[in-house]
Design a protein around this ligand. Structure first.
Ligand code: SAH
Ligand code: SF4
Length: 354
């Protein structure tokens, strides 16, 4: 059997290597994270880039079993951020030199929503054509993706959530709106449109084992993503998965290993230090950066909206309504030896080199 150190120094990894890295001892965990940090510095440097996050709306047509804002959750008070608030959030993002915004939303497919997102992209690009725009607004038709891309949005994140079709159906209703094949088609369409394409999975879903995660990693590698946004599954009250437990002893540590493994396998992609990591542990985003993540997403939505964007049970959050507060929130998550990249889009190196 190969020594763990030997696996870490490889350039190509097979499934058994990936499994070995995910299901490792505490000492090996530290070795993996250190190696991922090293690989990250060599491939993309020490910068961490921000995307000022606007959670546009918690209205959603879908019913994913894990998600707190699923359509059937009647206890959620629904909102859509109005244009004035979106504009001030974008202005604040530009003022803070954060470099990019990210618009995330529950899925809505009507023309009103599509046009609203279009207006937001137009406003952002008119305000500062150097401002990066990432979208994460779910599944849409190819012409909608194209419309948003042509208006200047450059990155799109659509998590596959679970890369195995059979397991995917365990976590989604059995109907056309939650079809695995359609999600894959959307991801392909996003990539073909020309977006920097991101996907990711949830880590620690009930019944999920290391082998499933290894398959998820292989899926992301073989799809040829440019960005990865993944994070721990956090059971949410009022959903069918309320109170469920993961098979893993420590989902947080497994999530760090997923980041580190992705960094080793696709060393020049963008990897998000997700908010869900921070929900699990106060230093979650910093630990994720140390494990190889290079993107943070400070949430600039007003707290009154943030409280209602309950994908999972949240911890109370602070209003980031000034440049100083945004800066502090970003700098607080940057480990020693790393640097916050300001006034830069922080595009995926993998995308740029092709
Ligand atoms: N509606 C869009 C984007 C917003 S949801 C979409 O689904 O693609 C953003 C992400 O939140 C989802 O991709 C999912 O991975 C994550 N999410 C939802 N519920 C969650 C939970 N209970 N724990 C952790 N992540 C969750
Ligand atoms: Fe809607 Fe996204 Fe939540 Fe699914 S994960 S219910 S699509 S917001």
């Amino acid at each position: 059997m190969k020594a763990f150190e030997e696996i870490l120094l490889q350039e190509n990894f097979d499934k058994s290597d990936i499994l070995r890295m995910l299901d490792c001892t505490d000492i090996e965990h530290d070795m993996l994270v250190n190696r991922a940090g090293e690989v990250r510095l060599n491939s993309i440097g020490n910068k961490v880039h921000g995307r000022a996050l606007i959670e546009l709306s918690n209205r959603c047509i879908k019913d994913c079993f894990y998600c707190g804002i699923r359509k059937s959750n009647d206890s959620v008070e629904r909102y859509t951020v109005d244009f004035e608030h979106v504009k001030s959030a974008i202005d604040l993002a530009v003022e803070s030199k954060i470099g990019s915004i990210a618009i995330q939303s529950g899925e809505q497919v009507g023309s009103e929503f599509i046009d609203y997102v279009s207006e937001i992209i137009k406003y952002a690009k008119a305000k500062d054509d150097n401002l990066g725009v990432t979208l994460s607004c779910g599944e849409h038709k190819p012409d909608t993706y194209k419309k948003w891309f042509d208006l200047g949005a450059e990155r799109y994140l659509l998590r596959i959530e679970v890369s195995d079709e059979k397991i995917y159906h365990k976590f989604h209703p059995d109907n056309k709106m939650h079809d695995f094949g359609s999600r894959i088609e959307c991801l392909k369409s996003i990539k073909e449109t020309g977006f920097q394409t991101g996907t990711g999975v949830m880590i620690g879903l009930p019944g999920q084992g290391f082998e499933d995660l290894a398959n998820d990693v292989i899926f992301m590698r073989d799809f040829g993503i440019h960005m990865c946004g993944m994070g721990p599954f956090l059971p949410c009250d009022g959903t069918p998965l309320e109170g469920t437990k993961s098979e893993f002893d420590d989902v947080f540590m497994v999530s760090l290993r997923m980041i580190a493994v992705m960094r080793l396998i696709m060393n020049d992609i963008n990897i998000v230090a997700s908010t869900a990591m921070e929900t699990m542990r106060k230093d979650g985003r910093m630990r994720a950066i140390e494990a190889g993540a290079n993107i943070i997403m400070p949430n600039i939505n007003p707290v009154e909206h943030r409280k209602k964007y309950t994908l999972y049970n949240k911890i109370p959050s602070y209003e980031l309504d000034s440049v100083d507060k945004i800066m502090k929130s970003c700098l607080d998550t940057i480990p020693v030896g790393y640097e916050l990249g300001l006034e830069e889009k922080g595009n995926s190196r993998r995308f740029l080199v092709g």
